[in-house]
Design a binder for this molecule. Structure first.
Ligand code: DAH
Length: 339
């Protein structure tokens, strides 16, 4: 029996040393000291011992129990300390390590100025409207008083999807869609992409952006057009901007005009920026043609309106002194980070 008890002590010690975590401590306790454990099994055999042997073995058994308990305790403490140490090591932060730099994105110059333009018009009570970029010939031309054989079609090198569908060459079709869907009073701007089959160079791109404007109500006159657009230009280019309206022709407006702003570089003297003109063209505009109103189901006897359209790229180029349109689409960060 003595040997058996010593064997238990030895086995328990080995098991404890081999244990890797606190959970195995419980298993060891059950295995050696539990009700059905090895030590208990030995104690059950005590009845068969002689009267002299019994207290000796009893004492030894108690000593082995105490020994095992004590070692379970110290081993548990050891494992706990080791676990804490391992965690600390894993979570160590090297404060001398260089940090990760998060670079913030910036707004594209086109979006930047478009947002400004939207703000200006929204401040004057305009809504922002939208229309499809793949458009019916009807909306892009026909309803704007540009029939199939009209020479104005030649100036807008159109991408045809088929005979009736085009990539819109201007944002003006949004005028038609808006008048079809809404009753006056109407006050909208419609910014968006437009497409023309132009070769790419410093001032041309097959994709560019326009901003359309439309106002329809009772008693709208050319004076409203001039006042609204003059305020717009002054908000965009500064209070001291000088504008002029120059007669022009568009099929969908009558009368039509172009709005020029006096060159900010030379104040009208003529320089490189304005190509010696003294003035820079900003947009086309006019009173909505009565025919166009009628086509959209609005009675031209009762209502009148004005419309305007401008190219976004040219406005942004002038604003930031950018001399090549291609920079807008190349997404070169050295360019984009400047805004
Ligand atoms: N759609 C014209 C163009 O692309 C611009 C324009 C001119 C729009 C006069 C208008 C307008 O609404 O009234 O050249």
């Amino acid at each position: 029996m003595k040997n058996a008890l010593e064997q238990i002590r030895k086995n328990a010690l080995e098991a404890l040393q081999a244990a890797k975590d606190e959970k195995s401590m419980d298993e060891i306790r059950v295995k050696f000291l539990g009700k059905k454990g090895e030590l208990t099994a030995i104690l059950k055999q005590m009845g068969g011992l002689s009267a002299e042997e019994r207290p000796v073995m009893g004492q030894l058994a108690n000593e082995v129990r105490g020994f095992i308990e004590e070692h379970i305790e110290t081993r548990t403490a050891e494992l706990k300390a080791a676990a804490v140490a391992a965690r600390l090591k894993a979570e160590t932060i090297d404060v001398t390590m260089p940090g990760k730099k998060h670079t913030l994105g910036k707004q594209h110059p086109l979006s930047l100025v478009l947002d400004e333009i939207k703000d200006i018009f929204m401040g004057m009570g305009f809504d922002v409207a939208q229309g499809p970029e793949v458009e019916y010939d009807y909306y892009n031309f026909e309803a704007l008083n540009i029939p199939k054989d009209h020479p104005a079609r030649d100036t807008q090198d159109t991408f045809y999807i088929n005979e009736n569908i085009v990539l819109r060459t201007q944002t003006s079709p949004v005028q038609i869609r808006t008048m079809e869907n809404r009753k006056p009073p109407i006050r909208i701007i419609a910014p968006g992409r437009v497409y023309r089959s132009d070769a790419v160079d410093a001032t041309h791109s097959p994709l560019f952006h326009q901003i359309e404007g439309l106002v329809v109500d009772k008693g709208v006159t050319m004076a409203d057009l001039k006042g609204t657009l003059e305020i717009f230009v002054k908000k965009l280019y500064g209070e001291n901007s000088v504008v002029r309206f120059r007669p022009h022709h568009f099929p969908f407006t009558e009368p039509s005009a172009e709005l020029d702003v006096q060159c900010f570089a030379c104040h009208g003297e003529g320089c490189r920026l304005c190509k010696g003109e003294g003035w820079i063209e900003i947009l086309g505009c006019g009173m909505v043609h009565p025919k166009v109103l009628s086509i959209c189901g609005i009675d031209p006897e009762e209502y009148s309106g004005f419309a305007f359209g401008m190219g976004l790229e040219r406005i942004v180029m002038r604003r930031f002194n950018i001399d090549d349109l291609r920079l807008f689409y190349e997404n070169d960060l050295r360019f984009l980070n400047q805004f």
